[in-house]
Design a binder for this molecule. Structure first.
Ligand code: TRP
Length: 340
């Protein structure tokens, strides 16, 4: 926080999209570290970014379900609606309003340079929604409407947090204020990058063609065991040291997953399993995964039986979020010169 004026107290914001299947990669890569940050000396805000989800078409009933299911997953994984502020983005209208201001601050050239946009839009940029293009400005608004100082994100979102800093700096400069903080992306941490079970060089994702590529948080024990059993590996046994995982992406991924689920170091996993074959390791991994995932999916199912209660939790979180966001938006409008 050395580069931060004292007026910005440590505040964590992060978001996750309610689209597609929630999988082990989301849990180990994002949610688990959010829970860790919640226990530290930060004020924490966690947001189900439904307005980001609709930058590509979402079936309305499916979207409603996905928002609730993700909320249930976050709570079931240990995000406390009391300790943290947990809400969905569309319930706090200040996000969208600040995003408009930022659309007028950010430059078209900045958006053109976003690698995620280039990857997603590809050759079909003309057919994408304007929202998908402007998505990083909304993300900047998510963060800056709370003057958030720290944003835990995966590597793929780092560029968007850097853009957030550029937007904050240009706003501060253009209006001669020191109003928005320079947010720090938090890339390191207990989180990890979980790879695809069929191809250890690709990230586990909700949009992969085959369901066998990922472990969904709603998979039952049998499915989890089958997916690990059929997961791609090489013919070598497990090495006894981490260095032996070099150039073995699939092997490394399974060991990393074990290590993250068990909360022990890779060396410790290999001390136990080094020299053993996959026929021993995969069932052990499956059993460990089931023991961690089943309580979460059971709790999710219990919560999903009462969607009204989930919505209540989101509303309460949104009211707390608005209490922070409203004065910041009001001051922003004043700085810009809008008559209120
Ligand atoms: N763009 C992020 C993703 O796809 C989600 C997100 C939206 C986000 N707003 C955010 C993450 C603000 C961190 C902070 O993963």
């Amino acid at each position: 926080m050395a580069n931060q004026p004292a007026k910005f107290s440590p505040r964590v914001f992060s978001g996750i999209q309610p689209s597609g299947q929630l999988h082990l990669g989301n849990y180990l890569g994002a949610i688990k570290r959010w829970v860790t940050m919640q226990e530290e000396d930060f004020e924490t805000l966690f947001c189900v970014v439904d307005l980001h989800a609709i930058t590509v078409w979402q079936d309305p009933d499916h979207l409603t379900h996905a928002i609730r299911e993700l909320t249930a997953a976050l709570i079931a994984s240990g995000i406390s609606p009391e300790k943290s502020i947990l809400f969905n983005q569309s319930m706090v209208h200040e996000h969208a309003e600040l995003a408009w201001i930022f659309n007028c601050v950010a430059r078209v050239g900045w958006m053109d340079r976003m690698t995620q946009w280039k990857d997603k839009a590809g050759k079909n940029a003309e057919k994408q929604s304007l929202g998908l293009y402007a998505y990083p400005a909304l993300m900047a608004a998510d963060i800056l409407i709370y003057h958030a100082t720290h944003v835990p994100v995966g590597d793929d979102q780092k560029q968007h947090v850097e853009l957030t800093r550029d937007i904050a700096a240009k706003f501060n400069h253009d209006y001669k204020v020191d109003f928005f903080p320079m947010t720090t992306p938090v890339i390191e941490g207990p989180g990890m990058r979980v790879m695809n079970l069929r191809d250890g060089t690709r990230k586990m994702s909700k949009s992969g063609e085959s369901d066998m590529e990922r472990i969904n948080m709603t998979d039952d024990a049998e499915t989890i065991a089958r997916k690990f059993k059929r997961s791609r590996t090489d013919a070598e046994p497990l090495p006894s040291e981490a260095a032996g995982l070099k150039d073995r992406p699939e092997a490394k991924n399974l060991v990393d997953i074990y290590s993250a689920l068990a909360d022990v170091g890779v060396d410790q996993v290999l001390a136990e399993y080094g020299g053993q074959g996959w026929g021993t390791f995969k069932p052990a991994l499956a059993e460990l995964a089931v023991s961690k995932i089943a309580p979460i999916s059971d709790e999710m199912a219990r919560m999903m039986a009462d969607p009204g209660e989930i919505d209540n939790q989101l509303r309460k979180g949104a009211a707390r979020a608005s209490a922070i966001a409203a004065p910041i938006l009001a001051r922003t409008y004043e700085i810009v010169g809008l008559v209120r």
